[in-house]
Design a protein around this ligand. Sequence first.
Ligand SMILES: C[S@@+](CC[C@H](N)C(=O)[O-])C[C@H]1O[C@@H](n2cnc3c(N)ncnc32)[C@H](O)[C@@H]1O
Length: 207
Amino acid sequence: MAEWTSGIYRLVGMPKFYAAFQDALGAAKGRKRLVREFIRPEPGSRILDLGCGSAAILPDLPSDVRYVGIDHNPRHIAKAKASHGEAGLFHAGDFSAAASLSAEPYDLVLALGLLHHLEDDEVRSLLKLVRSVIGPNGRFLTVDPVFIENQPAIARFLIRNDSGRNVRDEMGYAMLSRSIFPQVETFIHHDYLRFPYTHCFMEHRLG
Ligand SMILES: C[S@@+](CC[C@H](N)C(=O)[O-])C[C@H]1O[C@@H](n2cnc3c(N)ncnc32)[C@H](O)[C@@H]1O
């Protein structure tokens, strides 16, 4: 079990609660900044979003991107379809099913908040899958909570209590990524949410 799903954590699997929780944390503003500074999508990009949730990122992407989202929680996918209609393709299933969704390579693959829900061997499988579906100049972008030294107490508390059971330190994420991708850069940010919170961003390239 790579994520907590019982007790209070059941709420995280409910789209309405998850969206309200994200709003309270200031995630909407953070998403806009994430798109502007980190994702930097080109018009018409082909984008695969692994663990897409209800595809909350989609309205902040250029309107002509070709977006495919996959999430193993059917409730999030139902919400994505209801909210975004024809603006993207949404699939309920494990990320591993993404390989069979399209023969054309993707320009961008996103995993926003997914790696810390996965065991190490699952992360390696995901990285191999991404390597097989991304174009030669494509980028694979991840964002996850991270443990670092001298982290604000509130950030450490929130991160310790995340439903994902595999929050790592920066080196933990980077070593996994570098075992599969030749070029990986990590960036630590403390200010993407309304509260002190620490994120590890990673940009993966094929070369
Ligand atoms: C922290 S949420 C992030 C959702 C969305 N990317 C966002 O930024 O709002 C992590 C998501 O990963 C999904 N997930 C976890 N393990 C998965 C797996 N093995 N395959 C597909 N989706 C998964 C969960 O259902 C959840 O929606």
